[in-house]
Design a protein. Structure first.
Length: 177
């Protein structure tokens, strides 16, 4: 995500391969930026974008809500987690992630799930530290670490409706819901 400021005006531009999401602090700024983007990029209906990068965007008159609920459900499905012991915290308060434990039977699944969790951080920043810490050991996947990943996934079940709410404001404010 790129934040561009010009005086008191702010524009946020999120670019990924062939998708662009643009939001601005005023409609006037938006109207000035769109023609410039049309000159550089082949664009379709800029107002019809409500889902991109697996992120759903809900707009109303005062805010934008970014959610990855569908992505989270797909993540849980790919992990074959239909049910688990729900948890209200993303980490164990007494972690034991030493070098002990048996190597995981499917290191590709382990690494894939960790990568998926890293992408989920976009709308779930509250788990970023725990996910990044667990990802330090992707080179040596062991069962105790996989248990931590499964705990994250059980936490995702509880928090999959969370997202980022951005309000129209003269200051940049970010809230987790």
């Amino acid at each position: 995500m790129r934040n561009v400021t010009h005086g008191s005006e702010v524009a946020y531009l999120l670019i990924n391969v062939d998708d662009i999401i643009l939001t601005t602090s005023s409609k006037d700024l938006l109207q000035r930026i769109i023609p410039s983007l049309h000159k550089e990029f082949d664009m379709t209906d800029p107002w019809g974008l409500l889902i991109s990068f697996g992120i759903a965007v809900t707009l109303d008159s005062t805010s934008m809500f970014f959610s990855q609920n569908k992505y989270a459900l797909e993540l849980l499905d790919s992990a074959h987690i239909a049910s688990c012991n729900l948890t209200r915290t993303s980490v164990d308060t007494k972690p034991n992630l030493g070098l002990d434990g048996v190597h995981v039977s499917d290191p590709t699944l382990y690494r894939s799930l960790k990568g998926d969790l890293q992408y989920l951080i976009f709308t779930h920043p509250h788990i970023s530290y725990a996910v990044q810490h667990a990802c330090l050991h992707m080179h040596d996947p062991r069962e105790p670490r996989f248990a931590v990943v499964k705990r994250f996934l059980c936490y995702v079940v509880v928090t999959r409706d969370f997202g980022l709410q951005l309000y129209a404001s003269s200051t940049v404010t970010c809230s987790i819901f």
